[in-house]
Write a protein that binds this ligand. Structure first.
Ligand code: PMP
Length: 361
């Protein structure tokens, strides 16, 4: 079978040139005499890979020097658990703006250690819109305000994350990092699991304004301490070196393709194409998110008759389109359109959806 267009939410489609490069170096990396999977993370070959990945990520995202970049294991969820330990005092308020499933997860992970407060939530409306800034109830003494830039399941994205005043903004960019230009300086912390836009699962990027690393936080083991991780170049223990390597290849690929400005243009065109197909289907397909809050990365949609769902997925697979099953929280379908998804993939999906409607409408 040839490679399909993969709309999976993550782990997600990787650029074919990245996979080919990874494949080519799997047996033997440069002149190391071994695979990168087999060599020490403290040896010169891997240290060069790790440092180049950071340098390239800094270029890609225009990360200023007063921000540290950490590469961690444990996924975005572990970051959510470590935010309060590193940046808040025991019992200190931390504000959470909840715009979907992953905002709730962040709150849940923080709740045991701090006074995690819901500053605003759009749950009453089924997360079909964003909680407007005017409704945020922020605590002036909060350690940080947490937002989810893009809700991967509910398909809701902040197009401009509101200001939070003096309290640092902490943002989960797991499913939209590097999809468009980003002003890092507006944030105290930006974090993202790599398995959507940055490469493979198993590694997470945490971008932290350095002054926040001076906060005492809470009692924690060194391995959970971001200041200690920074001092050890994210190698306090054995890092997920293969994942770090493939992340580096993916970041390099994005730079070679023209960087985030180019991906912003591509992503806008891809999302516009799919939403137009859904909205123009006369109700055969529907997306329920308020238009201004619609995600460019994850497009949940429903068939007018859920009895057709299984057939839709089976025929889509036949047509070389996979990963379209919606998350169990919502049901229906979801197409994830990360940077590695070419415009031709979205055109193929839209074409298939039209044909499916003709056959079954
Ligand atoms: N935040 C967001 C926005 C996500 O999409 C996900 C995973 N889909 C997570 C957090 C959790 O990430 P992980 O599985 O890497 O812990």
């Amino acid at each position: 079978m040839s490679r399909a267009y993969n709309f999976s939410p993550g782990p997600a489609m990787l650029p074919e040139p990245v996979l080919r490069q990874a494949q080519a170096t799997l047996l033997e990396y440069a002149d190391a005499g071994a695979s990168i999977l087999e060599i020490s993370h403290r040896g010169p070959e891997f240290l060069a890979v790790a440092r180049q990945a950071e340098a390239d990520l800094r270029t890609l995202l225009a990360i200023p020097d007063d921000y540290a970049v950490l590469f961690t294991a444990g996924g975005a969820t572990t970051v959510q658990a470590l935010l309060p330990l590193n940046f808040a005092a025991p019992g200190q308020p931390c504000d959470y703006v909840i715009s979907g499933h992953w905002g709730k997860t962040a709150l849940k992970q923080a709740a045991p250690c701090v006074d995690a407060r819901i500053a605003a939530s759009s749950e009453d409306g089924g997360f079909r819109d964003l909680p407007p800034r005017a409704q945020w109830r922020l605590s002036p003494e909060a350690a940080y305000v947490h937002v989810t830039a893009n809700e991967t399941i509910h398909g809701v994205e902040w197009r401009a994350i509101p200001e939070a005043g003096e309290v640092p903004l902490v943002a989960d960019f797991s499913s939209s990092i590097a999809s468009e230009p980003l002003d890092v300086t507006r944030f105290g912390v930006i974090y993202a699991g790599a398995q959507k836009n940055l490469g493979p699962v198993g590694i997470t990027v945490v971008i932290v304004r350095r002054d926040l690393l001076e906060r005492a936080g809470q009692a924690r083991a060194p391995i959970l301490d971001y200041r200690a991780q920074l001092a050890a170049e994210s190698m306090l223990n054995t890092p997920p070196s293969w994942n770090w390597y493939v992340l580096g290849l993916t970041v390099r690929w994005m730079l070679d393709e023209g960087g985030v400005a180019e991906f912003a243009r591509r992503n806008a065109r891809k999302a516009a194409l799919l939403y137009a197909a859904i909205d123009g289907s006369g109700g055969f397909y529907r997306n329920e998110v308020a238009p201004a809050a619609r995600s460019r990365m994850n497009v949940p949609f429903f068939l007018h008759d859920p009895a057709l769902d299984a057939l839709f997925l089976a025929e889509a697979k036949q047509a070389g389109l996979i990963g379209l099953k919606g998350h169990r929280v919502l049901g229906g379908m979801r197409a994830s359109l990360y940077n590695a998804m070419p415009e031709a993939g979205v055109q193929a999906l839209v074409e298939f959806m039209r044909e499916f409607q003709v056959r079954h409408g």
